[in-house]
Unconditional design. Structure first.
Length: 318
């Protein structure tokens, strides 16, 4: 499922770059609170152009202080268009592993509602986050396909739960339970104390104008996965430009096909696509459209216009 997601990210008016020291001098993890998942993050409190229709929860812990502890995460599949777990080397923002909803095997006696249509809303799963080389036979209720790994180079590890178009606050269910697991004995223990993930404190940098901001034709570029906590299954197409009050920006593309039922999820090339418009002054998104909000036919080109609400010809453009 290489092209699980597609984003068209328009950054209008100015450029802002999320800061990262040139010498890779990343900060030491700082203590967070004891609430396992902590804050619900969305476009209103998270930078890096998040989709308005997505929510994020992040848990991180310091492996250097818990060298023999992994995680067991148990929960109920949320009611959402898509959800995933992404695992990061938190000091560098690198995605090192992850599980998408269709690949999360259910506990025995349950089904994965992202593979099979069901009326049940209480289907349970168990996943593990373990150090490479852990003996799986020691662990209770473990399925190899539900295991994510980190290696010896990771000092602080974080796991991000994402939901797109989830029901209510948490996808119609409680957030998953996080417990610790002793990697030597397989014993379930208390989860390590949460620390503040770098994903939640990324700062925007100084605005750097570019000559290309003034071009009348600007390309979309495929953004690198980079070190900014990307979804492990998302591709981002990025365009930046300066748009004045009297201008209209238009772009056209052929939308990627999306599945019509859960049985098509596993083989779908794209599960979801959206257009996000944000200000590069703070990297926040302030307008998003997801695939089913727009009128189009599969295989046919669609044209989108971006215009200021203060444009004198707004009514004519509409």
């Amino acid at each position: 499922m290489r092209e699980l997601f597609k984003y068209l990210v328009l950054s209008v008016l100015a450029l802002n770059v999320i800061s990262c020291d040139d010498n890779d001098n990343y900060p030491t993890p700082s203590d967070g609170d004891n609430d396992i998942w902590g804050t619900t993050y969305s476009h209103s409190n998270l930078g890096a152009y998040p989709d308005i229709y997505s929510k994020y929860w992040v848990y991180a812990y310091d492996i250097s202080k818990n060298p023999n502890i992994g995680l067991r995460i148990t929960g109920v599949y949320p009611q959402a268009r898509f959800f995933s777990f992404s695992v990061y080397n938190d000091l560098k923002g690198e995605v090192i592993d992850g599980l998408d909803d269709v690949n999360v095997s259910p506990d025995d006696g349950y089904v994965n509602p992202y593979n099979t249509t069901t009326n049940s809303t209480d289907n349970k799963f168990t996943i593990y986050l373990l150090k490479e080389g852990t003996n799986l036979s020691l662990l209770p209720n473990v399925k190899e396909e539900n295991v994510c790994y980190f290696n010896d180079d990771v000092v602080c590890v974080s796991i991000c739960l994402r939901q797109y178009l989830g029901e209510g606050e948490y996808g119609g269910v409680e957030l998953p339970t996080i417990e610790g697991v002793n990697l030597t004995t397989g014993t379930i223990v208390d989860a390590p104390k949460a620390v503040t993930s770098k994903a939640t404190i990324m700062k925007d940098g100084n605005f750097v104008p570019l000559e290309s901001d003034q071009l009348t034709e600007v390309p979309f570029l495929l953004s690198p996965r980079g070190d900014y906590f990307p979804n492990n299954s998302t591709d981002y197409l990025y365009c930046r430009t300066q748009l004045t009050t009297d201008q209209v920006l238009t772009f056209s593309f052929i939308p990627a096909p999306i599945p019509t039922c859960v049985e098509e999820y596993q083989s779908a090339k794209t599960r979801y696509w959206s257009i996000c418009i944000g200000s590069v002054m703070n990297t926040y998104s302030y307008c998003s459209f997801y695939d089913r909000m727009l009128e189009y036919k599969d295989g046919e080109k669609i044209t989108v216009a971006v215009i200021s609400v203060n444009n004198a010809k707004l009514a004519d453009v509409k």
